[in-house]
Design a protein around this ligand. Sequence first.
Ligand code: 5GP
Ligand code: MG
Ligand code: MG
Length: 172
Amino acid sequence: MSESLREVFGEAAIAARVAELGQEVSAHFAGRDVVMVGVLKGALPFMSDLLRALDFCPELDFVRVASYGAGVAPGELRFLMDLETDIAGRHVLLVEDIVDTGRSLAYLLNMLEKRNPASLTVCSFLDKPYRREVAVTVDFVGFSAPPVFLVGYGMDIGERLRRLRGVYELIR
Ligand code: 5GP
Ligand code: MG
Ligand code: MG
């Protein structure tokens, strides 16, 4: 199997955009008490960088969802790990790596909404808006992504390549 990587977003461009997002998100919450919820595993590097670009310290929590199968094709969703925090009356910032069909995000938003947060805001590092199968609102987006399969900066192929500092198109 031959496989190559083509850089789509480099480390410097990511750092610059995440710094901007940090300011945008900070201005949006303006001193409110916020719970920052990362969607594991893909959002980990982005969440870590975004956290340190904020001008306030949110409480951190995590959820984990995965689709069946570890390959490229999306499948049915599995809810694997719940929050520890009671988000009722709290301002929630949900942090995603990438929104594609919107199915994972719609599922999570529906689940979180039922817990009556004061507000629910979504920040995704990448967005493929033209791929939507379910309408979802993404309040803050790092970059619009091209219609290719991406890896790096948290995104994987069969659990590989998450550690890459840039985002790459996987060419096979
Ligand atoms: P959705 O439910 O919006 O279709 O997909 C969201 C999830 O699918 C993402 O959180 C991510 O795990 C995965 N995904 C979507 N597009 C890509 C991609 O280009 N590369 C990788 N590695 N994962 C993707
Ligand atoms: Mg994700
Ligand atoms: Mg994956």
